[in-house]
Design a protein around this ligand. Structure first.
Ligand SMILES: *Cc1c(COP(=O)(O)O)cnc(C)c1O
Length: 359
């Protein structure tokens, strides 16, 4: 079969930056080749700039965003640890599951799907939690949660942020905000194919880590012994092609400039949300808390959600996403992330959707 070319406007993957795609077809070299180690070091440096952190332990975890989530929890949370988790969508739910499997005493703080978490609710949920965890950009609902506000009030707790759909698309400022641990994924606003989970782990979190995590593969002590130039001890074979690709994608992002890239995502989100409303559709995520990179819109009454998505894919080569969990069939999720976040793609999607809906 021939793999089709698509405009990827779902909740991820997005279309990779050309520089990221080029990285995938470079010759494969050994994971201990000095040239590769230089590529890896440069990639970790670029990640520090994108995360806006000085954390030495900043690296791409092998695996998708979920591997980043799991790596963060297994290295930080052991049996009996109190973990406050904000839940206003699918990925907050998943954090509860992962923390629970680590043996944590999970204190859940819910907000309705489509609404933001209240930072005060998270900060007041327990007098002395080890960790407060929340999702920055809830991809299941299109809502932005206020990570900076939670980190500002964390007291003696550590803060863990899921930045899978925020990094590269909206401001993420790890050190200034005081976020202790964060992870992301390559295939959303970073504009790289799925396969790596950029992670940053700060010194305060490191001091309170789990010494022998239940996962051997995701043991950040052992992984850090390979990525750190001081030791280079073999742990597992680095996914060389994916790291070359991430190196290229981060280069494109940093050459453009973080501020410019955030502004581009903001302009696309505004144009898309504006256009959808002008078409007579209703946005779902609470006003004032909408993500530019992931827009949710209600499926109009009497319209077949799956039929519309199939028509966009087959007739126009555009992928958008459906709702998940209780919102399956009720909303569409339209991504504008990474290289996809171009006004030309917004214009194309709005025109295609109007044709399909007959509006
Ligand atoms: C996509 C996503 C994940 C999971 O990432 P995978 O790459 O699918 O493993 C986690 N959290 C959020 C907020 C996401 O959008």
């Amino acid at each position: 079969m021939v793999i089709p070319d698509r405009i990827l406007m779902g909740p991820g993957p997005s279309n990779p930056y050309p520089e990221a795609t080029i990285g995938l077809v470079r010759p494969v070299i050994g994971h201990l080749d000095p040239a590769f180690l230089q590529l890896l070091d440069e990639t970790c440096d670029r990640l520090r700039r994108v995360w806006q952190t000085d954390n030495p332990l900043t690296l791409p975890v092998s695996g998708t965003g979920s591997a980043g989530m799991e790596a963060a929890f297994v290295n930080l949370v052991g049996p009996g640890d109190v973990v406050v988790v904000g839940v206003n969508g699918l990925f907050g739910e998943r954090m509860c599951d992962v923390a629970g499997r680590c043996g944590a005493q999970v204190v859940r703080v819910d907000a309705p799907w489509g609404e933001p978490l209240d930072p005060d609710d998270l900060l007041r949920a327990h007098p002395a939690p080890k960790l407060i965890a929340l999702v920055h950009a809830e991809t299941s609902t299109g809502v932005r949660n206020d990570v900076a506000e939670v980190a500002a009030g964390k007291g003696g707790a550590l803060v863990l942020a899921d930045c899978v759909t925020s990094l590269g698309g909206i401001p993420v400022d790890i050190d200034r905000w005081g976020v202790d641990v964060a992870y992301s994924g390559t295939q959303k606003c970073l504009g790289v194919a799925p396969g790596l989970a950029p992670l940053t782990f700060g010194p305060a979190a490191w001091a309170r880590r789990v010494e022998r995590p239940q996962s051997w593969y995701l043991d950040l002590g052992m992984i850090g012994d390979y990525t750190s130039s001081a030791s280079r001890k073999y742990h597992h074979t680095a996914p060389v092609a994916m790291i070359a690709s991430l190196h290229g994608g981060l280069g494109a992002l940093l050459d453009e400039g973080l501020e410019t890239a955030w502004a581009r995502h903001a302009a696309c989100g505004a144009a898309l949300q504006d256009g959808l409303v002008k078409m007579g559709l209703s946005l779902w995520a609470a006003e004032g808390h909408r993500l530019p990179e992931l827009t949710t819109v209600l499926v109009p009454d009497g319209v077949d959600d799956a039929w519309v998505r199939a028509a966009l894919l087959e007739g126009y080569g555009i992928e958008i996403g459906g709702g998940v969990g209780p919102w399956a069939g009720k909303v569409w999720r339209i991504g504008c992330m990474g290289h996809t976040a171009r006004l030309r793609n917004v214009t194309l999607l709005l025109g295609a959707l109007a044709e399909v809906l007959g509006r």
